[in-house]
Design a protein around this ligand. Sequence first.
Ligand code: ADP
Length: 284
Amino acid sequence: MTTTIDGRKIARDIRSRTAGEVAAAVAAGRSVPGLATVLVGDDPASAVYVASKRRAIREAGMRDFHRTLPQQATQDEVAAVIDELAADPDVSGILLQLPLPAGLDSAALISRIPVSKDVDGLTTSSAGLLARGEYGLRPCTPSGVIELLDAEGVTIKGSHAVVVGRSELVGRPMAQLLLQRDATVTIAHRHTTDLAAVTRAADILVVAAGVPGLIGPEHVKPGATIIDVGIHRTPSGLTGDVRADELDGSAGRITPVPGGVGPMTIAMLMANTLRAAEWAQRSA
Ligand code: ADP
């Protein structure tokens, strides 16, 4: 029997806990945390993501600062907006929505975000703090995965965790977070020769390869916890990197797509914005 992990419910709990903490901080006289979302260009999917992040911020009782720049915006124009938000004490966190229009250098723009406002955890400084286990803001998707595992009571310490994918946004920080929680961590990627042999050793299998249906029954140890970070739009609806319907009850727990990891990402963005505000207040 496989348990389906209810990411929507766990995300809802985190969002309401964050809203409660925001209300308590404001009642204690601290300033209202605020998130600045920066949207460049007219990619429709990005516009939808930004709108839902802004809605969630307002629902959590935080301030919604938003900037839109045109598709033709130059590197200097985007940089100027980030610098202005970086200097604004009312802005606790800055989120530069990716991908940026072709021709803009996203790495150079991300690097302008101060580490204490880096709510996506994407700057080199945030990655360094994570690698060293020091205080900092962690990327939302992998920290959401840790919250899911904790909410489900999955033992991380001493377990063998396999992460499929090594992207800056998900795979790498995921491996770091699991390592910090004392898992034995293996990272598989595009050049792994026998993927099934590696993943079959996993007690916790986190799949973030961006390949629809990559993982099937031959990749899974019976009883394992499977976290599917992939999300793909197909004619028959949304699917993940895992062929969940073929696993036939062999996994112990699995996240559904949609309704698993996805809702956690936005919940962790709320939590990170509050954390960023606390960080700013501590160092003020
Ligand atoms: P995401 O945003 O989901 O992390 P990316 O496209 O940035 O996705 O990264 C995909 C990662 O998945 C890369 O690290 C790549 O090596 C890994 N990957 C892609 N295809 C495979 C595969 N067939 N087997 C194992 N790993 C893969």
